[in-house]
Design a protein around this ligand. Structure first.
Ligand SMILES: *Cc1c(COP(=O)(O)O)cnc(C)c1O
Length: 331
């Protein structure tokens, strides 16, 4: 298969992250499990000890339920008219980013069935979450709805960029203030960190960390030097391997399959390295006319090139390199 996914690597990475952080892990499987396949990734995360799963939208959460996955699921990114009733029917927790989403969630509560929500504060990214200026009002409204038996505020959370240590600390301060203002809600689950802060900012771990990229085996602050060595040092194993057969220097995997248009990255053909000369529509041309089994990226601990080499060459992050590859394309 051109795109192989090693679910034991995902499970092992989650185990490593649980041990390093000492808190509960929410395995993030949005964007089709970062290209690894959402269902495969979700099962592997749970096998590794994740106790929650995180998705962007409600439809992704419902797909997990349809596959028989019954672990707690949180969906945090909603369209203009999210199907909150479907979320509730499927037992999916709703991330609330605004006063109107709070009202919409409460509106689908039924006699004896509260809607479980996690209130999200925008601690500085400016993309998603309740703005700080509106936080007190939204908290007050949530308290009323909770007292009325319509909602159950299970969590208070935020998302941190991992852009720089100083920016993360600023966001952490905003989050701590927001938590204080939300104390009356008595939400049992506070969560803030994604992969980067989970690893580098212990004060940001709270009750749970939401990990995506590190669980797939790439360093969240990557591509760094492009070797993938920093992730390997932490015991993280990349779960995705892209490989194929090179014939006279051509591998039939290209842009349509999700590769980025890079040049110069290393490719392992049998036991020697050549480099990518060009990536075309449906094939990749190598620097030498070699034939054999070619690994474009995989596990550096096995001597293979890292997805981070592609990220570095394309001036992007590992998330994009793996998410663009369609795990489904291999079947
Ligand atoms: C994508 C996402 C995550 C996971 O981020 P990583 O950096 O891949 O660990 C966590 N939380 C939210 C809200 C996200 O959107």
């Amino acid at each position: 298969m051109p795109v192989d996914v090693d679910e034991t690597a995902i499970a092992s990475n989650v185990r490593v992250l649980r041990e390093r952080t000492g808190v509960a892990v929410c395995g993030v499987v949005k964007a089709d499990g970062y290209g690894h396949g959402a269902i495969v990734a979700a099962r592997a995360m749970l096998a590794g000890g994740a106790t929650w799963l995180g998705v962007a939208d409600i439809a992704e959460g419902i797909a997990l339920r349809n596959a028989g996955i019954d672990a707690p699921v949180l969906a945090w990114l909603h369209s203009a008219e999210p199907d909150m009733a479907a979320a509730v029917a499927n037992g999916i927790d709703i991330g609330v980013n605004s006063a109107s989403q709070l009202a919409a969630a409460a509106a689908v509560a039924r006699e004896g069935r509260r809607v479980r929500v996690h209130l999200k504060v925008d601690s500085g990214l400016g993309r998603n979450g309740v703005p700080v200026a509106e936080w007190a009002d939204v908290v007050e409204r949530a308290a009323q709805l909770q007292d009325a038996g319509l909602i159950d505020v299970h969590g208070v959370f935020s998302h941190v960029a991992g852009a720089s240590a100083a920016a993360d600390l600023d966001q952490l301060a905003v989050f701590n203030t927001a938590l204080e203002a939300a104390e009356t809600l008595e939400a049992p689950l506070r969560h803030f960190a994604a992969s980067s802060a989970a690893l580098s900012l212990p004060a940001g771990r709270f009750d749970m960390v939401r990990v995506g990229i590190a669980a797939y085996g790439l360093h969240p602050d990557g591509p760094l030097d492009g070797t993938g060595g920093d992730a390997a040092e932490m015991g993280l194993r990349p779960a995705m391997r892209v490989n194929g057969t090179a014939e006279s220097g051509v591998i039939p995997i290209g842009l349509v399959h999700g590769l980025l248009p890079v040049t110069g990255v290393p490719v392992l053909v049998d036991d020697r390295f050549v480099t990518v000369q060009s990536v075309g529509r449906a094939s990749t041309v190598l620097s030498e006319p070699v034939s054999g089994h070619a690994v474009l990226f995989g596990d550096p601990a096995r001597g293979e090139p890292s997805a981070d080499a592609w990220a570095l060459a394309a001036d992007t992050i590992g998330y994009e390199v793996v998410t663009r590859m369609r795990a489904g394309w291999s079947s």
